[in-house]
Design a protein around this ligand. Structure first.
Ligand code: TYD
Ligand code: MG
Length: 455
């Protein structure tokens, strides 16, 4: 038998090197390469006899599995983000910064599911049973039949959850604490995490239990080290939020059984997480509509419209190079809007500092926010407040043209629902509702917007 060779694996991206290197050739990170046993946890012993499988014709499957069997949590925001609940036999990864509320969310979900008669096992590798119980008590979940286990060894966990009646859902909090006897690598390394996760996925597939895996995110915004885990699981959700704000967003980034652009919105209170069914009201809550530099953006998150305030401050600079600071939006996109305003609208911003903020600590990822950002900037520079009952949306191109975006009708409907009666939007928007009583101002280009605000 050939001597087992060790390999050198980057803990950041998983690239395998034949020798130790200081800088990973895959991702360019320094000091991330660690020696590992390549066969660790895979269990392909030399004497293994291959088992012959039997392919089945696709047509014979029709009608058999129309809809993935789901476990509804009854927490509407969670069900929305997962695409209708946890799928039996699948694995979901829930990532997020430490302390953001992952354990809280999952304890509440476990309690909700338990109340609906499901058998739930919560495996905590980070906290002792007493600590988990204390949290459960705070959340009013201590009188449910959720089963707790404090284990970190993969084989022990499998023995524990495999015992007795089959669980409907298993929660592993967290994957970073998993370690297996079969993997000869230090706990917390990619090999250990991968081996542990593989074993959990196998358990889910074999027993039909839904597996929820918790993963901490590193500073760089990755599930600590093992990005690889994201490829192994069926769905990946990120639990996001700003420590300074109370609300949290559960965002789907991968989902083999549903849409990936949905979000669930929660608010953290001293009684745990509360569902926010109308996020727009939350984001517009502390609005001062009379101040210059504030524009309401009618945005979309998946199938749901979200109204949020974009705030700009444009002030003369005392620096050689003016400052540009952005919170909640893409700074490259801000530079682009500033350049278009300069080049096509005669708005001079070279001698001004520009600060842009999205209210409530929310993050906008849609290019449709261009028009709202431009409006906030022009309003602040001109010192003129925008009409308080007006929303803005539309994409701005480098030529200064304003381009239509999707879901016009839905954006306007949400705006009307919240008391906005005007909108500035791109000309030629496809599904513009007629005769709704509102005033929809269609504009062709950014110069029209500037004339409308400052002219
Ligand atoms: P936790 O769920 O432990 O975070 P994670 O598992 O993502 O690391 O929650 C951490 C924070 O949430 C902690 O700072 C306290 C706060 N919290 C509340 O504000 N209210 C509550 O009811 C609970 C349980 C936690
Ligand atoms: Mg936790």
């Amino acid at each position: 038998m050939a001597k087992a060779r060790t390999q050198f694996v980057c803990q950041n991206c998983g690239t395998v090197h034949s020798r130790w290197v200081g800088k990973c050739e895959g991702c360019g990170e320094w000091n991330t390469v660690v020696e590992e046993d390549p066969m660790g946890g895979i269990g392909a012993g030399p004497g293994k006899v291959p088992k012959k499988g039997r392919p089945v014709a696709l047509t014979t499957l029709s009608g058999e599995t129309e809809e993935a069997p789901r476990i509804h949590t009854g927490i509407a925001e969670l069900d929305r983000a997962t695409g209708g609940g946890f799928v039996r036999g699948s694995a979901v990864l829930i990532g997020g910064d430490p302390g953001i509320g992952k354990s809280t969310l999952l304890m509440q979900s476990a309690a909700a599911l338990s109340r609906r008669g499901h058998r739930i096992i919560y495996v905590s590798g980070e906290e002792a049973v007493a600590q988990v119980r204390l949290r459960a008590q705070r959340l009013g979940a201590h009188e449910t039949d959720v089963l707790l286990a404090a284990e970190t060894n993969v084989e022990d966990i499998l023995a524990t959850v495999g015992e007795g009646k089959r669980p409907d859902l298993v929660i592993i909090d967290s994957i970073q604490t998993l370690w297996s006897d079969t993997a000869e690598a230090a706990p917390g390394t990619v090999t250990q995490v991968r081996t542990g996760v593989q074993a959990m996925i196998r358990f889910a597939k074999q027993t039909g239990a839904a597996m929820v895996l918790v993963g901490h995110v590193t500073k760089e915004g990755q599930i600590a080290g093992p990005r690889v885990v994201e490829h192994m699981v069926d769905a990946v959700l990120y639990f996001e939020g700003d420590r300074g704000h109370h609300y949290r967003i559960l965002r789907t980034v991968k989902n083999r059984f549903g849409p990936t652009d949905e979000i669930g919105v929660f608010e953290m209170s001293d009684m745990g997480l509360r569902e926010v069914s109308n996020p727009s009201e939350l984001f517009l809550g502390e609005r001062n509509a009379k101040a210059p530099g504030a524009a309401v953006f009618a945005g979309m998150e998946g199938t749901r419209p979200v109204l949020v305030e974009v705030q700009a401050l444009v002030a003369p600079t005392s620096l050689g190079t003016p400052r540009r600071a952005v919170v909640g939006w893409d700074s490259a996109r801000l530079s682009m809007i500033l350049a278009v305003l300069e080049a096509h609208c005669g708005v001079r911003l070279g001698q001004h500092d520009v600060y842009l903020n999205v209210a409530g600590g929310y993050r906008i990822s849609e290019p449709a926010a261009d028009l709202a950002v431009a409006s906030a900037l022009v309003s602040s520079l001109a010192g003129l407040a925008l009409p308080s009952d007006c929303v803005y949306f539309g994409e701005v191109s480098l030529s200064g043209a304003v381009r239509p975006v999707a879901h016009t009708a839905q954006r306007l409907k949400e705006a009307e629902k919240l008391g906005f009666s005007q909108a500035v939007l791109p000309a030629g928007s496809a599904d513009l509702p007629k005769g709704t009583g509102g005033r929809w101002n269609e504009i062709e280009g950014l110069p029209d917007l500037v004339a409308r605000i400052a002219g």
